[in-house]
Design a protein around this ligand. Structure first.
Ligand code: GLA
Ligand code: ZN
Length: 671
């Protein structure tokens, strides 16, 4: 493990952070506004601000001409007021003079057309000029502020993402491929390039995937995604090198975007000191109710906590009221702000931070929610709800640095997702890998059973119950890790779409689920996708020891499997494959493997997981909570803090609509 990742976050402060992105660089001609901000910070219970995220033009107004006067004054004033600062590097957006002077820093799209200057999050990660400019400014920031008493954390850039197809990136892609494959022959083999005569005879023939060029070689697409991830990470490492060197005592983070598909955050996690992410759930929307939204949000919180193996993380951004980029940007109903803020803490966050402190007067985000509205004072509903969360976080100070113990896990894997999203065949519209993972997670969450979200590279030995749905792409070592987990007594749930391709997206020979076949005790011979409106049924075998009864609906995917040493627990009810297995169990070593052959409805996943939770003996954090009310525990090893949260828009149990409470209790033995 990278020694950098061993730093202990939050050690000196032992506090939960409460605050926001703060952009006084948009108000430099308004000292009265700055004065107001400092009057309002304590009223909102805010102790931390993230500064300088998009301030490059104010820090380097001309090439090589730096202005730190305003930032010096600001940071000093923040320090004097007892505030903590998360200081950003400003590479999330570049100055116009820079794009004009060094056009190579502008990104090219897949069509190879170079972007004009504008927007943000759009630099070329390869450009030596952009790297030179970033390192130049970051070096000065580190020298000037690396020891500043207010600065507690580096916020490197902002929401890295996107991809560049410029000539520099094409060259970098080829170099990356040469390193990965050594020989062109190895690449041709891995990409199966004799298909449609796509064999490469020289490295220079290889281009990034393009709508007007190559997009049909799955291994190529997969490697491009890996390259984009690696190249973005390489840029991050380059721009953060001066911070590491000059201010090694200041930890560093990047703000991530949940399950954003463009990057594999597992490759980033070892290189940051703590994980942080930006969370904007569309509460109160028409597509899914708040319980489902709460479940999904919990999934992503759990994923972020898992990225650094349970270390506390930061909620870097959230909105105090509404956002401005959803189709309809609803207000949070009373209570929801407090509930969604404390939900993050319950799942391991050591902060509640917002975008942003004060609404700007112009441009794209002028109607995005902020702590301070255009009206300018503290007498708003939003400000008062923020202040209430501030009081909560102060009362919860002892939670800072504590952990969320989990004995269950759902495997979610980016590379697997890339491969599933890309392949042609069966049916395309229903391929919702995230949704499948979230369904298993929800069955745990709704029962107040804590859950981690590892990827397929992680060791699973500490868990008792693991679901690894749709593990289509299997990397070397994964099957062995899953087997070791089961042999030592673990319970594993696998599904259809498992063990189809290797890490190059080449199909496994010898029958699905490939390297998992002997572990699952099934051979999957065929897959029958269903049209929308078509269905089948899963019929539990009468008297099965899981207590599954009645019938469940099947839609979209039906695998036709043969049991090979496994026991059948449910069968298809209809069509020509009626009577063939839908659910099997295979005993391996001291553990068990369940295989679900079809896309059975959520009720089935919920009932099965409920039954397995009891079978393996996982205790809920709190027993007997009403539907939509869930509990989650943080522990320091001696004392548990138990959060109970009501995601119903009505009172439930002893909680009001969207109510949340916490209580302390001695840690449960063995929990
Ligand atoms: C992202 C960005 C912020 C802001 C918010 C708005 O998370 O990082 O700068 O644009 O979205 O929701
Ligand atoms: Zn580029």
């Amino acid at each position: 493990m990278d020694p950098e990742s061993e730093r202990v976050w939050n050690e000196p402060m032992k506090t939960l952070l409460h605050g926001a992105d703060y952009n006084p660089d948009q108000w430099l001609d308004r000292p009265d506004i700055l004065d107001e901000d400092f009057r309002l910070f304590p009223l909102a219970g805010v102790n931390t601000v993230s500064v300088g995220i998009f301030a490059w033009t104010r820090l380097e107004p001309e090439d090589g001409v730096y202005d730190f006067v305003w930032l010096d004054a600001l940071l000093n004033r923040l320090a004097e007021s007892g505030m903590q600062v998360i200081l950003a590097t400003p590479t999330g957006a570049k100055p116009a003079w820079m794009s004009q002077k060094y056009p190579e820093i502008l990104r090219c799209g897949p069509s190879r057309v170079r972007d004009l200057h504008g927007a943000r999050h759009n630099h070329c990660p390869t450009s030596p000029e952009f790297r030179r400019k970033a390192v130049g400014l970051n070096t000065r920031l580190a020298e000037r502020y690396g020891k500043h008493p207010a600065v507690i954390l580096w916020h490197v850039s902002n929401e890295y993402g996107g991809e560049c197809h410029c000539p520099l990136c094409q060259e970098a892609f080829r170099s990356w491929l040469k390193k990965r494959y050594q020989t062109l022959e190895a690449l041709n083999k891995a990409w199966w390039t004799d298909f449609w005569s796509h064999r490469f005879t020289d490295w220079s023939q290889i281009e990034s995937p393009a709508p007007h060029g190559e997009s049909f070689i799955h291994g190529h697409n997969l490697d491009w995604r890996r390259f984009v991830d690696a190249q973005s990470l390489d840029f991050f490492l380059t721009e953060s090198a001066p911070l590491r060197k000059i201010s090694p005592q200041v930890p560093l983070t990047v703000n991530m975007m949940g399950t954003y598909p463009g990057l594999n955050y597992w490759s980033w996690a070892p290189h940051v000191d703590l994980i942080s992410w930006d969370n904007y759930p569309p509460w109160h929307n028409a597509q899914r109710d708040d319980i489902a939204e709460g479940a999904w949000t919990a999934f992503v919180h759990d994923l972020n906590r898992s990225l650094k193996h349970g270390q506390p993380w930061l909620l870097m951004e959230s909105t105090p009221s509404q956002v401005n980029w959803q189709a309809v940007n609803r207000l949070k109903k009373p209570g929801m702000h407090r509930l969604s803020s404390l939900q993050a803490v319950a799942h391991g966050s050591d902060s509640v931070l917002y975008f942003q402190w004060r609404k700007g007067r112009g441009a794209f985000e002028k109607f995005h929610g902020a702590v301070v509205d255009h009206v300018g004072h503290e007498h708003t509903r939003t400000f008062q709800e923020v202040a209430e969360v501030g009081r909560d976080l102060r009362a919860l100070t002892s939670v800072a640095g504590t952990r969320v113990p989990a004995a269950a896990a759902v495997v979610y894997d980016w590379e697997n997702r890339w491969a599933i999203d890309d392949f042609a065949g069966y049916s395309r519209s229903d391929r919702d890998y995230q949704g499948a993972c979230a369904e298993f997670h929800r069955a745990l969450w709704s029962r107040s059973v804590a859950c981690d979200i590892p990827n397929q590279d992680q060791d699973l030995l500490g868990y008792q119950l693991v679901a690894a749905p749709w593990l289509y792409l299997l990397k070397p070592g994964t099957a062995d890790r899953l087997r070791a987990f089961v042999e030592k007594g673990g319970t594993l749930v696998l599904t259809f779409f498992s063990g189809w391709v290797n890490e190059s997206d080449l199909v496994f020979e010898g029958g699905f689920p490939g390297p998992l076949r002997s572990l699952a005790g099934v051979w999957s011979e065929e897959l029958d996708p269903l049209w929308k409106g078509q269905s089948n049924k899963a019929l539990p075998v009468p008297g099965n020891d899981l207590g599954l009864t009645g019938e469940y609906q099947i839609a979209t995917f039906c695998e036709l499997i043969h049991e090979e040493g496994s026991e059948v627990l449910a069968t298809y009810g209809e069509d020509w494959y009626a009577g063939r297995p839908v659910l099997t169990r295979h005993s391996v070593g001291q553990g068990e493997v369940y295989y679900i052959a079809a896309k059975v409805d959520s009720r089935f996943v919920d009932d099965l997981m409920g039954s397995l939770i009891r079978r393996v003996g996982l205790a809920p954090a709190v027993e007997g909570l009403p539907a939509g009310v869930v509990a989650q525990v943080r522990t320091d090893g001696t004392t548990d803090t138990v959060f109970t949260m009501n995601f119903n828009n009505r009172p439930a149990g002893d909680l009001p609509s969207y109510g949340v409470k916490w209580e302390k209790r001695p840690k449960k033995a063995g929990g």
